[in-house]
Design a protein around this ligand. Structure first.
Ligand code: CP
Length: 305
């Protein structure tokens, strides 16, 4: 495996399967009453978060601690970033404190790539702007594989605000590598202009795609990144692209529903669909710890599962 994890597109099929298989082994640790392994004792993992996060930040911290690493949590709020300190100087400060891995979330696409040029340790992208979120794609693939088995030939439909979604891009790249067939469904205004270069199909009509889907992954409408009107109203968006009870009923009986979180309940997904037994949303959070343990283990601690 590469020293860094910046893009899901950097992972070969063997790399991706190694991470998923290692996570499967490590999941057994998470089921024990004492959830700790000594594997990364003496290593330091820095969580460098310039953007808000609940799931990703907490799960990277839990993953590093379960592997016995020392963890330094850095949040831009309350740091010297507010005094104008640059990403490079912040990174070099953390490097001086002996970071073996830096997990970074940043509002700017490409920030983890820049960081990788400045530090000696491994860099893990925990979400950069609208670009990528590779560990989210890995935990999503892990969650699908646990429910459905191998992903070869599986039909995955990703619905909603693709334009602002780093989750969608990483999922398309990783799922294609793993042999799944991905269809993006969104209003034309919420698709990037380059989408025709992505290894997936595109549709504007959710109802025609649902019945053929093994997985329906709903994306959050990222209102905080919208500086214009991308759809007429929330009600209209929900009517055309929301997964409500009627649409859920059109899915095959064994198809699953996913969402990376946080959700806009009642907008892109109805509460009763999010809470149904065919929703993996809570599992995805638990699997996030396991996948991040596997990533840190393989980058810092070991070579094989
Ligand atoms: N899915 C995800 O990245 O959630 P957070 O923003 O809470 O980390």
């Amino acid at each position: 495996m590469n020293r860094h994890l910046i893009s899901a597109g950097d992972l070969s099929k063997d790399d991706a399967l190694l991470i998923l298989d290692t996570a499967e082994e490590l999941a057994r640790v998470s089921e024990r009453s004492i959830k700790k392994l000594p594997t990364l004792r003496g290593r330091t993992v820095v969580n460098l978060f310039f953007e808000d996060s609940t799931r990703t930040r907490i799960s990277f911290e839990a993953a590093a601690k379960r592997l016995s690493a020392d963890v330094i949590n850095f949040s831009a709020k309350g740091s010297s970033v507010s005094k104008g300190e640059s990403l490079k100087d912040t990174a070099l400060t953390l490097e001086a404190m002996g970071a073996d891995a830096v997990v970074i979330r940043h509002g700017s696409s490409g920030a983890p790539h820049r960081l990788a040029n400045w530090v000696h340790g491994s860099v893990v992208n925990a979400g950069d702007g609208t670009h990528e979120h590779p560990t989210q794609a890995l935990l999503d693939a892990f969650s699908m594989r646990r429910r459905l088995g191998a992903l070869d030939g599986r039909k995955v439909t990703i619905v909603g605000d693709v334009l602002h979604s780093r989750v969608a891009r990483s999922n398309v790249l990783l799922l294609h590598t793993l042999g799944a067939e991905v269809t993006l469904v969104a209003p034309p205004t919420l698709l990037p202009v380059s989408v025709h270069t992505w290894p997936c199909e595109v549709s504007y009509d959710l109802d025609t795609v649902l019945a053929k889907s093994d997985v329906v992954m709903m994306l959050r409408v990222q209102k905080e990144r919208m500086n214009a009107a991308y759809f007429p109203s929330e009600r209209e968006y929900s009517r055309r692209y929301g997964l409500d009870r009627a649409r859920f009923a059109k899915m095959p009986d064994d198809a699953i529903v996913m969402h990376p979180g946080p959700m806009n309940r009642g907008m892109e997904i109805a509460a009763e669909v999010a809470d149904s037994s065919r929703s993996t949303i809570v599992e995805q959070v638990a699997n996030g710890v396991t996948i991040r343990m596997a990533v840190l283990y393989l980058l810092l601690g070991g070579e094989t599962a």
